[in-house]
Ligand binder design. Structure first.
Ligand code: ZN
Length: 242
């Protein structure tokens, strides 16, 4: 079984009627609902939980973390940020959705400010598959269309991704690296751009397929904490690690 934790700041859904209409139980539960299946178990956590719902114990029992945040990035503690970063470095998978490009864990893992160009005008978006043989793009045609999304545009100030799996193009003219893979330490990270809170993006079957594929691809085969030991000569009769 792959153990997923879906983290959502869960602010818009409680404070904006338009968002509540689209996601009455919160974005985290919408994602959890389509992910739960024979080989995936799902828990959720939100900013309102103690320690933002992020503890070492919780992450030790998480194979893949999914993160959605927007307005409250600053309220995620440094401790939670460091715990997520270390878990990824040890091997946990992480999916950062939409406005999580500015979340503290994403920026901590990538090391740049992760800025982008944006506009809320309800453009339609075409997501083009750039890696048709990659596990995350299986079940997706050459492209798929979302009738409305928030427009994200280049430049996107991330480090060069290890792979770009999707390019987004918008009816307003912008283009964006909408699906990006990174490796950090022993862990894999997938950034996926769709998911603006006022649009029903997480009910889209193609979006659901991509996120489900990503969970299976990012799940670690093992987790190893790599430390920095002080050692003796190999020829010593004492234990190698001091
Ligand atoms: Zn948005």
């Amino acid at each position: 079984m792959i153990r997923v934790l879906v983290w959502n700041e869960f602010y818009h859904e409680k404070n904006h009627e338009k968002v509540r209409e689209v996601y009455p139980n919160g974005i985290h539960n919408a994602i959890a609902d389509f992910l739960r299946c024979d080989d995936i178990t799902v828990r959720t956590a939100t900013l309102d939980d103690e320690n933002c719902g992020i503890t070492k114990e919780v992450l030790d029992e998480t194979d893949v973390l999914i993160w959605w945040g927007h307005m409250k990035h600053g309220e995620v503690s440094s401790e939670a940020t460091e715990l997520v970063k270390q878990a990824v470095l040890d091997g946990m998978g992480a999916v950062f959705l939409h406005s999580a490009h500015h979340s503290k864990p994403f920026r901590a893992l990538l090391g740049t400010n992760c800025n982008l160009t944006w506009r809320e005008s309800g453009d339609s978006e075409v997501l083009w598959v750039t890696e048709p043989a990659h596990p995350i793009t299986q079940g997706i045609d050459r492209f798929f269309t979302l009738p409305n999304e928030e427009t994200y545009g280049e430049p996107f100030t991330i480090p060069t991704p290890d792979k770009i799996l999707f390019l987004g193009s918008y009816s307003g003219g912008e283009a964006f690296r909408s699906g990006c893979l990174f490796e950090r330490g022993n862990g894999k990270i997938f950034y996926f751009q769709p998911g603006h809170e006022t649009f029903p993006t997480f009910y889209d079957k193609n979006v659901q397929t991509v996120i489900r594929n990503a969970v299976r691809y990012l799940a670690p085969t093992c987790r190893v904490h790599v430390d920095c030991p002080h050692v003796r000569l190999i020829s010593s009769d004492k234990p190698y690690v001091i």
